[in-house]
Write a protein that binds this ligand. Sequence first.
Ligand SMILES: *Cc1c(COP(=O)(O)O)cnc(C)c1O
Length: 383
Amino acid sequence: MTSSATAAAPIAFIDLAAQRARIGKRIDDAVQAVLSSCRFINGPQVGELEEKLAAFAGSKYAVTCSSGTDALALILMAWGLKPGDAVFCPAFTFCATAEVVPWVGATPVFVDVKEDTFNMDPESLELAIAIAVEQGLTPKAVIPVDLFGQPADYDALLPIAEKHGLKVLCDTAQGFGGTWNNRRTGSIGDATATSFFPAKPLGAYGDGGAIFTDSEELATILKSLREHGQGVDKYQNVRIGMTARLDTVQAAVLLEKLAIFEEEIAARDVVAKRYNALLKDVATVPVIDPRATSVWAQYTLRLPPGVRDGLADALKADGVPTAVYYRLPMHLQPAYRHYPAAGAILPVCEALAEEVISLPMHAYLDAATQDRIVDAVRRGLGR
Ligand SMILES: *Cc1c(COP(=O)(O)O)cnc(C)c1O
């Protein structure tokens, strides 16, 4: 009531309404067109989106599907992963990266991440491969994650995969639109999965996902798998599949959002660089590899041990929402801790889980709001 902050508007962690203010009318018209057509499944917008996504990513094929998780699962199904196969996943990620591995009967093996970028550590991957072989598993695939929007170190990871005969499934659910050596994610590795969950950099108005590949054979199998394993037509089933299509309404929404996605990526980068400049003297700000560009799915600070939770409370009291990705690494999660890992402890993942905090980040974060956030962070850290 007497607070000096009474006039200030609430701060959003991700402001989806700001984007609606810009293109909401176009999206509503596009959705209305789908509703009027009644082509709710496999309408023409789905194929149009797939063409535009493939062109955007620089891949030959884009196959849309029902979610990022299903995108990952469909690829493992298409590759015929099975019990006894090992699939290497970073332990510092969203659970879906590893969740799909037991779906096909295979074993996730957890890998530590790098101190600077928080992405998969190549040395830890080598160790994990050796441990998997020792345990009698057959190394088959690796799932690097483009965490918080930054592509993984593919220059280091691809040769290791090649040496051990591993397929590379890139999980770019957070990184779609980012680049590695000037190539967009989606054009790296054997196949790439992404997510259109509303809070992702390119989000739909519900669940959705896509797979990218240059392999015509894989694209054909994926299209069959997402439609109950259909063959030449829907009356023939040539494999066990699922119902995992992207619906036409989501495709129509995504077509409008994709049209402004590059501008939004540029805007996110401005916000991130401004955070970096204003906070680098009080916290460890994100490190972007010179070969990479990030889409900034998250803007994540690293703090000294013991500081994070107090800062989160202080920011909450100041009206600044924050999030912790990820509070418990995958190899310590109750449902996953019996799976192998690249060592008894994964020291970097375990430290990060205690020390990271993500600040509000979206393409429409204006400088005045960002200044309020920065001031609150500096106050919260006593600086
Ligand atoms: C969000 C996310 C997924 C899953 O995407 P959904 O569309 O929510 O199923 C997978 N991997 C990572 C790294 C993610 O962040």
